[in-house]
Design a protein around this ligand. Structure first.
Ligand code: MG
Ligand code: MG
Ligand code: MG
Length: 310
């Protein structure tokens, strides 16, 4: 029996987690890796990712609910709280990521982390460096993931390399206009009307341990926040419930308007004063507006980590 390896992104997977897993599995196969390499996911696919996979005719990865006894490669995260269930009872054999590093392991592994806009940028570069053919579909989903994570190159996490790699993928994926493709993608996930606040929050929800505090942060990237703003009471109710259930100090929901380039943040929990101070504003009625903020990873998590660690 050949050895099985699962390549998997974070919980509540986003487009980068799904697409980098698929593309990295494909790359390993093309490089002649004889092990059985399986792209996997640890949760439901969001509407944006669904749109991209459909557009490029790529099958979604299979669901891996429990990593017990499994060999896994982590993509797009290293944080223990974001790993698949029971990954401590499996074996992590490799990590490829572009986030803060929260990883400790006794055995040596390949750990590849770079401050780039997406994990898919790293994977695409591996194809180019190794002169391995990229099929249209794989180029398309890698391109989609770069555009998603960098918010169409608007997010401050964007690097020149993300833009260069996207330009190289563009003709292979047969995409004419990156901006138009990006807006189409973000529109695909802006269909919040039929969704409950619980489902909306959990679409892109991550937990962090910052200075000993458990903080939950959800980010909702959208082309129009107005119909979400109106549902604030519904959001706060779910946030309070999640806080209790998941033992959080604070929960933050970022309504990120990618057109106006800013976040309206709903905040509930014990550390409102400290969080307000961190961003130089008073939190009134559980909300603050943060102009220019598009990136949870670069503009929200590091200042909070600093504030809570003092
Ligand atoms: Mg991600
Ligand atoms: Mg990513
Ligand atoms: Mg994202």
């Amino acid at each position: 029996m050949e050895e099985k390896i699962y390549i998997i992104g974070h919980k509540n997977p986003d487009t980068d987690s799904i697409c980098s897993a698929i593309a990295y599995a494909e790359l390993k196969k093309k490089q002649g890796d004889k092990r059985e390499i399986i792209p996997a996911r640890s949760g439901d696919i969001n509407d944006e990712t669904g749109f991209i996979l459909k557009k490029f005719n790529i099958d979604p990865p299979s669901l891996l609910k429990d990593a017990t006894g499994k060999k896994i490669i982590l993509v797009d995260h290293s944080e223990p709280k974001q790993r698949p269930e029971n990954s401590d009872k499996g074996e992590i054999i490799e990590v490829i990521d572009h986030h803060n590093i929260n990883f400790q392991q006794a055995t040596p592994i390949l750990f590849h982390a770079e401050p780039l806009g997406s994990t898919s940028t790293i994977i695409a570069r591996m194809y180019f460096e190794k002169n391995i053919d990229i099929e249209k579909g794989i180029a398309g989903i890698l391109l989609g993931a770069i555009i998603s994570d960098t918010v169409i190159f608007r997010s401050p996490i964007t690097t020149q390399e993300d833009k260069d790699i996207a330009q190289k993928l563009k003709p292979i994926a047969e995409v004419d206009d990156l901006e138009a493709f990006g807006i189409e993608m973000f529109k695909a996930k802006s269909n919040w009307k039929e969704k409950s606040a619980h489902d909306i929050i959990n679409t892109d929800y991550k937990e962090y341990e910052l200075g000993g505090k458990n903080i939950g942060i959800s980010q909702i990237e959208t082309v129009d926040t107005s119909n979400l703003k109106e549902r604030k009471d519904e959001f706060i109710e779910i946030m309070e419930h999640m806080s209790k259930e998941r033992n959080l100090d604070t929960i933050i929901v970022l309504l990120t308007d990618i057109i106006k380039e800013g976040c309206l943040a709903f905040i509930s929990g014990n550390s409102l004063e400290q969080i307000g101070k961190t961003f130089g504003k008073e939190i009134k009625d559980n909300e603050i507006y943060l102009p220019g903020v598009l990136s949870r990873k670069k503009q929200i998590v590091p200042p909070l980590e600093k504030a809570f660690s003092q």
